[in-house]
Design a protein. Structure first.
Lengths: 298, 318
């Protein structure tokens, strides 16, 4: 979309370039050349930590401690990865992360759509209050609810269970806001027509409204998955034994424990945590970008 | 927004006779729709109420008590202390220090992140014609990655003889021991925060740049305005609402500054990267739940006020 909109400014000959089209084209390239150079430099700087991480994960401990630092692994090894799979149960942490993320995404998609539909297309007592509460809680910092939430979860005996990892994130005010905003744009006439045809609200919702909600559902699904996959502080407190660790929790605990100076292992762990989400991002980048542009929130 | 929408829907219904198959009266129909709407909202309301509103309200109450971790067994035996926790908070040097640190992070970090995000967006939108999506992916990647994983490599890069200082050495700068210096630890945090957040702003600003009419820019060019003049006089004013949106989002996030120091410096050295969120988290760790709640509410109020001010500014100029 960016391409089509800005194209005319660049390609349409201005008075100066009109007279000598060839030199105009050349000067455009020259002008763009500087921008490309700056962007390539900035881009290289931006991805450098990732490249460094990837290269480092194949180095031996001795090489990582050597100074001056080396770029390319001199004696490439897969040991760091092998240890994650054999000694440290990364497969288990991966499945935990995946399970928590998938359930959280499904919950958000379903429950936020339902309440979004009610807020967008139905009239009911208490509607304004409900929407106001949703909007206010969008701004509540995480630390505010942290303490009571932990007390509640421990009172319920849920510490170190999957529900403790999932339930606090199963719905989100942002999701409600997103779904409501989109559903407001669905014409009332469409919904009236379904009602006139005798469809109940549930049928209207599942057959008429939801099939139209692909874009916001994709956005919400991606944002929720991302948030859950990278979520750190709550799982760190709520998961207390190894079999419930998610990937970031495991990595953080290993990077402060006895493996704190085992750089190769930590870099390999970081690659294993980041790789799935970066792959997902590159595959679905169009939706990611649309989502951020639509909500303004990562 | 809500009111006009409901009113419109209501009047629409009043003009048309209800045609529901049951042929209920308007009042009965309204009541019936209320029940159905609440059924739709029920799963959300239950989970949201229990895991968000109850903790939010409890935290508010806790901030007026001397609740500690010992009171968890018997929450009703806790003493009401009025505003004592808040008084203690504002007499606590460490808390005041954490407020200054958060202020430093916000005041330097936000303009820097916005400037970088804007520069990237303008460069991608107007400066180049090819490889846009490749650059977009590159600049956005830090946003999607886990802070814990990123911290592993940044700690390594920021070592005194690490990659960053090696590269600074190429241009003749002797880099500091970033994470162990009270002076340089915060700039290191800000550097990381800019790196992690510029992608989000770039995307928001790119979307905003689509609202800048091309023909106006062209007309200005024909009239002899150079690229800088066009940017200052045309692009920036049109982008104003988008810039403010970016500022609101960033300030809500940056005021909660926590994860970077938590994984990189543990708030040190000498509390130089201790933020308000981090202070709160520490009090929670010491079992001082009442004080932690009071500190978190101070942060909440600041965030809410700042957002309100920014939204007002946003709205009044629209």
């Amino acid at each position: 979309m960016t391409d089509t909109k800005t194209a005319p400014l660049r390609d349409r000959p201005t008075t100066r370039t009109f007279a000598t089209p060839r030199s105009g084209r050349y000067s455009a390239w020259k002008r763009q050349g500087w921008v490309y150079a700056a962007l390539v430099l900035a881009g290289a700087g931006t991805v450098l930590p990732f490249v460094w991480m990837l290269l480092g994960s194949f180095k031996t401990q001795g090489e990582l401690l050597r100074r001056p630092v080396t770029w390319w692994p001199q004696d490439p090894t897969l040991d760091n990865y092998v240890r994650w799979f054999t000694e440290l149960h990364i497969d288990l942490f991966f499945m935990n992360s995946l399970l928590v993320a998938v359930v959280t995404v499904l919950g958000n998609l379903l429950f936020c759509s339902m309440v979004g539909y009610a807020l967008a297309k139905m009239d009911f007592a208490g509607k304004r209050v409900l929407f106001l509460l949703v909007m206010v809680t969008l701004m509540v910092p995480g630390v505010v609810t942290f303490v009571p939430l932990f007390v509640m979860v421990s009172k319920l005996g849920l510490v170190n269970t999957y529900p403790a990892l999932i339930l606090p994130f199963l719905v989100s005010p942002l999701g409600v806001f997103l779904m409501r905003q989109f559903m407001m744009g669905i014409p009332d006439s469409l919904i009236e027509a379904a009602r006139i045809d005798g469809a109940g609200e549930l049928r209207t919702f599942t057959r008429i409204v939801m099939p139209l909600c692909g874009p916001p559902l994709a956005t919400l699904g991606i944002l929720t998955f991302l948030g859950s996959w990278n979520n750190f502080l709550w799982p760190l407190v709520a998961a207390q034994s190894e079999e419930k660790y998610t990937l970031p929790v495991a990595l953080s605990l290993y990077s402060t424990g006895q493996n704190a100076t085992d750089y190769g292992l930590l870099l390999a762990g970081a690659v294993l945590v980041i790789a799935p989400i970066v792959a997902l991002f590159i595959a679905l980048q169009r939706f990611f970008i649309q989502g951020v542009a639509a909500t303004g929130i990562k | 927004m809500v009111t006009t929408e409901t009113r419109r829907a209501g009047s629409f219904r009043a003009v048309r006779p209800p045609r529901a198959p049951e042929r209920l009266g308007p009042a009965a129909r309204r009541r019936r729709q209320s029940v159905i709407a609440w059924l739709f909202a029920l799963p959300f309301v239950l989970i949201f109420g229990f895991f968000m509103l109850v903790p939010l309200f409890s935290s508010f109450l806790l901030s007026f008590t001397d609740f500690t971790s010992k009171d968890v067994r018997n929450p009703l035996g806790v003493g009401f202390v009025g505003l004592d926790q808040f008084a203690e908070l504002f007499g606590n040097q460490q808390f005041l220090h954490s407020m200054l640190n958060t202020g430093y992070f916000v005041i330097v970090g936000i303009p820097l992140t916005m400037a970088v995000g804007l520069a990237l967006a303008v460069a991608l939108n107007n400066g180049i014609t090819r490889f846009r999506s490749a650059f977009r992916v590159g600049f956005y990647t830090p946003v999607v990655t886990s802070i814990v994983a990123v911290a592993v490599v940044w700690r390594f890069i920021l070592q005194p003889d690490g990659l960053l200082n090696l590269m600074l050495g190429w241009v003749g700068i002797a880099g500091p021991d970033w994470l162990n210096s009270t002076e340089w630890s915060m700039p290191a945090m800000i550097m990381m925060a800019v790196w992690r957040n510029m992608g989000t702003l770039m995307i928001i600003f790119l979307a905003g740049l689509q609202n800048v009419p091309v023909d106006v820019l062209e007309a200005a060019q024909v009239d002899g305005a150079n690229a800088w003049q066009r940017f200052i006089r045309i692009t920036l004013p049109i982008l104003r609402p988008t810039l403010l949106l970016g500022a609101v989002l960033l300030s809500v996030g940056f005021l909660q500054f926590f994860e970077e120091p938590f994984v990189m410096t543990k708030g040190g050295p000498l509390d130089s990267t201790l933020s308000v969120s981090y202070f709160t988290f520490n009090q929670f760790g010491y079992g001082k739940y009442g004080l932690a709640s009071a500190a978190s509410y101070v942060l909440f109020v600041v965030i809410a006020l700042l957002s309100l001010i920014q939204f007002r500014a946003l709205r009044s100029k629209d």
